[in-house]
Design a protein around this ligand. Structure first.
Ligand code: TUI
Length: 313
């Protein structure tokens, strides 16, 4: 086993390696979360738009598979976010990350319950606001990421967020190996969050077609749809993205575009329809070439990062 890297993040969460698994909608369920936590990082259950009681069940099942800390990602565009936020407290979940919005209104409740709160931010302004609201750390997520994204790259965002806040910063977007982790630490981050790399993990329950499309993807195979709606989403190019981008170019209205993506992530992840579904993945997909267990992924990344950081590589 590779030695851990100590940062304020590993101390804050009581984990061995400074690696967070992204709270990906449909993908980040309890098997994956428990596997990442058991491997010494921290796994997240992505609540996304799941019914609140399903989230509760996922948390309980995760606990059966791991004694280590794990978390829940609360997706703030979800109309049920408030109920999910309460379930996190009721179930004694130690860590929460949030995405796609401003979690300020839940912060008091979480902090009072002793939950460690780590909002995902895509700008310096949001990072500062979250620190003022009591965040324990922030994930600075660049637009290289899969899924719902901001507009600035990881390379530009991370050092600017590091300079703007005093809580630990976790880098996300475009990171999938030990070089990415070492680089993030050089930028002043104290950990990384990875999504795409864990989508391809053995323990990831995504449909075989999804995994195959991801493993075959190259650097330039992702597209960003939804720029015109204010909710840009990165996913792998397919019939759906081509149709979406054509409609956007023609000035289609929001409802028409929504129609195309309604339930489309589920279609890809669960049903394996990678032609009409949304195959969310980051720009680093081209680097992900094999299906390994979470334990193997984390050990490989840590070995590579340790060698780079000690100058032996
Ligand atoms: O949240 C994510 N990634 C996601 S959420 C998701 S589910 C979804 N699917 C389709 C459309 C929309 C959502 C798939 N991937 N990453 C974290 C993240 N948060 N990226 C960007 C942001 C963000 C954006 C705006 C955070 C805060 C924010 O603030 C806006 C405000 O409320 O002021």
């Amino acid at each position: 086993m590779v030695a851990g890297v100590k940062t304020r993040l590993t101390e804050l969460l009581g984990i061995t390696y400074p690696i967070i698994q992204g709270g990906m909608a449909w993908v980040a369920e309890y098997h994956l979360a428990a596997a990442v936590s058991n491997a010494g990082g921290i796994g997240l259950i992505g609540a996304a738009s799941a019914p609140p009681e399903v989230v509760r069940e996922q948390v309980r099942k995760c606990r059966e598979l791991t004694d280590r800390p794990f978390g829940v990602n609360v997706m703030l565009l979800n109309p049920n976010a408030e109920e999910v936020a309460k379930i996190v407290v009721e179930e004694g979940v130690p860590v929460v990350t949030t995405g796609a919005g401003n979690p300020s209104k839940f912060m008091g409740m979480w902090k009072e319950a002793g939950v460690k709160v780590i909002p995902v931010v895509a700008s310096v302004a949001m990072a500062k606001m979250m620190e003022r609201a009591g965040a324990d750390a922030v994930v600075a997520e660049g637009m290289e990421s899969g899924g719902h994204i901001g507009s600035i790259t990881t390379m530009a965002l991370v050092p600017q967020v590091v300079d703007a806040v005093s809580v630990p910063v976790i880098a996300a977007g475009g990171i999938a190996d030990g070089r990415g982790l070492a680089a993030a630490l050089m930028l002043g981050a104290e950990g990384v969050q990875m999504g795409t790399r864990f989508v391809a993990a053995k323990e990831s329950i995504v449909h075989a077609n999804y995994k195959e499309k991801l493993l075959k993807a190259s650097d330039i195979d992702s597209e960003v749809t939804g720029m015109s709606t204010g909710h840009p989403v990165r996913s792998l190019r397919n019939k759906m993205t081509k149709e979406y981008l054509r409609l956007e170019k023609e000035g289609a209205d929001f409802m028409e575009l929504e129609q195309l993506t309604l339930g489309s992530l589920r279609k890809a992840v669960i049903e394996g329809d990678v032609v009409n579904g949304t195959v969310m993945a980051g720009q680093i997909a081209g680097l992900v070439k094999e299906e390994l267990s979470c334990e193997e992924i984390i050990q490989e990344i840590m070995e590579q990062a340790q060698a780079l950081l000690s100058g032996k590589n």
